[in-house]
Each structure stands twice: as C-alpha cells, then as structure tokens.
Design a protein around this ligand. Structure first.
Ligand code: SF4
Length: 285
C-alpha cells in the first residue's frame, strides 16, 4: 500500500525533486487527495469504457462500401431468383438444349466449376429439369428454327441422363428439318444401366464423345468419373457401339493436353476406328 502511495506521489512529482517544507505541504495535500486520486482513476476508467463502447458501435455500423456490396449481392440474388431457367440457347448459329445439371463426371476444367453462365446463358436449372413440352416452348421463343445449323444436346450436365426426353425432342426437330447432335461424356450406358445406342439410333444424327485423355488412369485424374476408371472404358466402348450400329460418331480432345498425349489419343482413336477431332482450347467469354 505504501508503495502505491509512494508511486502516486512520484507521479505527481515525476522529477522526484526534494522541494523542502513547501514540498512537504504539497505531499501532505496530495496524500489527503489520495481518495480523490482513486476517484479520478475510476472516472477515467469509466470515460475510457464509454469511448470504447462508442468506437465499437461505430465499427459495428456497416461502412458505405460494405453497404454497397451487400446491396449488390441482394440485387444479384433477386435477379437470380427471378431469372427463368434456360432450356434452349443459341451459340454459333446452333440451337443448344440444356436438359439436366446431372453429370457422372466432375471434370477439373468444367465451366460449371466457376460460373453460372456460359457465353451469357445461365444454365443452372433452379426450377428442376424441363419436360419435353417446356423445351419446345422455350425453343419456340427463339424464332424461326430454319435459322439454326443444327440442334446440339449440350448444357450444364450430361444429356444421356435424359435419354427419353432427348429422343422425343429429336423427333420434333427432325420434323422441323433440323439435324441433331449429342455432346456426351460417353458414359450413357453406365448411367442408364443399359445399352442406349439402339434408342438414339436414327434420332441423334451425330455423336461427339469427349475423350479428354489417352487412358483410364489419366482420364480419371482430370474427369473424376463416379464410375472410377470404368468410366473411360465405357466411353470408348460407347463410341465403338455407335460406330458398329451406324451412328455417326467421333471423339474429341482439346489441343492443350500436350503433344505426347495428343499422339496417344490419335493412336487410341485409330485402334477403335473412331475419328478424332482436335479442337482449340477456348475459354468462355
Ligand atoms: S462431363 Fe461435361 S458437364 Fe460433366 S463435369 Fe465434365 S465437362 Fe462438366
């Protein structure tokens, strides 16, 4: 306790100068005011708490920048909620049909990983997969069908999950004089647990199977099929069955997988007598 008192004194007289009798008087005064000092400290603490509380409240208030961001997020969400699902869209003069968001793969390079849209088309289906009627209604809104080069079943998912709808739609498009193409990961027979080639024969005019790699191990590393390495074997088999059944078919790869891998893919395609299409790697705009 004495120590504390002494410190108080020293605080009042930081230089610690001996100031004779006058100093003694002052010291006595200050000792007298010891209780006042404690009171002062308590007041100071209180004042500090008030200042801190005020600062906390200020910090808790949304800042103008944060407010703007929150408002934008809210607006985006409202726009997303109000947005109609895209069942049909136009790209490069072709009519594309988006039947499902299901896929047996989880490809590293899939555009779905990073975005909700593809060339400005929002392809996540928020209100469920479309019926044939809904697709036809969406197609009708795109104007005269004769403007399109072909109809392509390709969206944010693997179209062979919806093989029945696809086949029915092919009849509709054929009636309108349009050719049909299926862009697939080639795992439709595993997905449907049956050979679907007889079903698509005469309905799909052209099948493009994404090969992506030269062997099952490499394929699985980048495409992560739920069927594991069977996924790759199944896609090669699917292309072979298409060819054997007279369904026009090709494999496709992108040119950025490395020269050695491109060569290996060429060899594989030749060995099963399925043409290989090597396309330029293009990123979405
Ligand atoms: S197969 Fe196609 S839709 Fe499925 S994950 Fe791969 S790139 Fe995406």
């Amino acid at each position: 306790m004495d120590e504390i008192k002494e410190q108080n004194v020293n605080l009042q007289n930081p230089q610690g100068q001996n100031q004779g009798g006058g100093g003694k008087r002052r010291r006595r005064k200050k000792r007298k005011g010891g209780g006042g000092q404690n009171g002062q400290n308590a007041q100071n603490q209180q004042a500090q708490q008030v200042v801190e509380q005020a600062a906390q409240q200020e910090r808790a208030k949304p800042q103008p920048q944060q407010q703007k961001q929150k408002q934008k997020q809210k607006q985006n969400k409202q726009a997303d909620d109000g947005r109609k699902d895209t069942y049909a869209y136009v790209l490069d003069g072709n009519l594309y049909i988006n039947l499902t968001n299901k896929c047996s793969n989880g490809c590293d390079f899939c555009v779905r990983n990073e975005r909700a849209s593809y060339y400005g088309h929002y392809l996540w289906l928020r209100h469920g997969e479309p019926t044939v009627d809904k697709v036809i209604a969406a197609v009708k809104q795109l104007g005269d069908l004769s403007q399109f080069k072909e109809v392509v079943f390709c969206g944010f998912g693997e179209p062979t999950y919806k093989v029945a709808e696809m086949v029915e739609l092919c009849d509709y498009f054929h009636e309108k004089g349009l050719k049909t193409r299926l862009n697939t990961n080639g795992q439709g027979n595993l997905i449907n647990k049956r050979d679907i080639v007889p079903e698509i024969k005469g309905k799909i005019d052209f099948v493009n199977v994404s090969l992506n790699a030269s062997c099952a191990e490499k394929y699985q590393k980048i495409c992560r099929s739920q069927f594991k390495e069977m996924g790759f074997d199944a896609l090669v088999e699917f292309a072979k069955i298409c060819r054997r059944n007279g369904v026009k078919c090709r494999f496709s790869i992108v040119d950025c997988i490395g020269e050695e891998e491109v060569e290996a893919c060429k060899k594989l395609a030749e060995s099963v007598k399925v043409p290989l299409y090597i396309r330029k790697y293009i990123t979405d705009s």
